[in-house]
Design a protein around this ligand. Structure first.
Ligand SMILES: Nc1ncnc2c1ncn2[C@@H]1O[C@H](COP(=O)(O)OP(=O)(O)OP(=O)(O)O)[C@@H](O)[C@H]1O
Length: 304
């Protein structure tokens, strides 16, 4: 898809697929084109070029409403400020065409999971920012959609609520097989939620694929962090002598970091340290993360 707003190219020739029952993280700096992409995928915007296929059908004006009934979107509509949290959810349940009994059951479940049950009667306009955010998520999942779009769902949430919400979304993917597309700047620990990622930069999809595959392609070597007593240079010499030239070193804040081409060679490296009587405090495998990949991609390696 490509989307232009006048002369501005918000999204240029992007193409990706999100498998059913998988979580796809759509990442990128401010203005990269994430929200535009989600609006194209949900039919709020029409692509300048290209098309969107949802559940095997090309999204058109004629089928947009029917396809959208299977989707939950957390953004792009407001809460009814003068209705209570419960009545906001009830109104949306009616709009989704759910039976009254189902609406009441889902309202109770969603308020419970999001820890909003004690504020069910409060007007939406009187809730805190984080509570409003949770209510928007609750509204998006009320009808148990097959496909859920979340745009910065944890923005404004306290750390506990952010963990709760992430756990809830993970559970929807793993248990209910909901397909999730999540735009977020909260990269820490994202690999526990996302199966696949796409990184957008200046409207272009610069990385896409299965998380572990993409990380392995970018960093095929095995990285470790080493803490020793005394001079790290001695440890470096011992490891180089035992493992050979293929080992790469860097020293970060007095800690030695090194990469081995093969995982098995770590035992030779540790044996060499023991043999040379270098007191080892810790050898920690340093698995690359989505955060590492994001910075490596956006900043061309400077923060990797
Ligand atoms: N309705 C619009 N009219 C004109 N330009 C737009 C419009 N919507 C988005 N843009 C432009 O398209 C580009 C991508 O914006 P978009 O909102 O998709 O970025 P984003 O990745 O979601 O950013 P953020 O992380 O800040 O939310 C920006 O340059 C933005 O100014």
């Amino acid at each position: 898809m490509t989307k232009h707003f006048g002369p501005r190219k918000a999204v240029s020739d992007i193409s990706f697929e999100v498998g059913a029952g998988r979580a796809f993280g759509l990442l990128g700096p401010n203005g990269a084109g994430k929200t535009t992409t989600v609006r194209l995928l949900t039919g709020i915007l029409t692509p300048t070029r290209g098309s969107v296929t949802l559940f095997g059908q090309t999204l058109t004006r004629a089928n947009a409403d029917a396809l959208r009934a299977r989707i939950g979107v957390q953004t792009d509509t407001r809460l009814y400020e003068n209705l209570s949290a419960r009545d906001n959810l009830r109104t949306w349940g009616e709009l989704y065409g759910l039976a009254p009994r189902v609406i009441e059951r889902r309202i109770a479940e969603v308020l419970e999971v999001l820890r909003l049950a004690d504020r069910a009667g409060s007007l939406a306009g009187e809730l805190s920012k984080g509570m409003r955010q949770k209510l928007l998520v609750g509204r998006a999942v009320l009808h148990e959609p097959d496909l859920l779009f979340l745009d910065e769902p944890t923005a404004g949430l306290d750390p506990e609520a952010a963990i709760d919400l992430t756990d809830y979304v993970r559970d929807m993917v793993r248990t209910a097989r909901t397909t999730v597309v999540i735009c977020t700047h909260q990269l820490h620990g994202l690999e526990t939620l996302c199966d696949d990622i796409g990184i957008l930069n200046n409207g272009r999809l610069v990385v896409t694929g299965e998380v572990q595959t993409v990380l392995r392609q970018r960093w095929p070597e095995h990285r470790y962090l080493l803490e020793v007593e005394g001079d790290p240079a001695l440890a470096r010499e011992a490891i180089s002598a035992a493992v050979g030239k293929a080992v790469e070193f860097s020293t970060v804040e007095g800690q030695l970091s090194f990469s081995l081409p093969e995982q098995e060679t770590i035992s030779s490296a540790v044996a060499a340290l023991v043999h040379d009587r270098i007191p080892v405090r810790a050898v920690i495998p340093r698995r690359p993360t989505i955060q590492d990949l994001y910075f490596a991609t956006i900043n061309d390696g400077s923060a990797a």
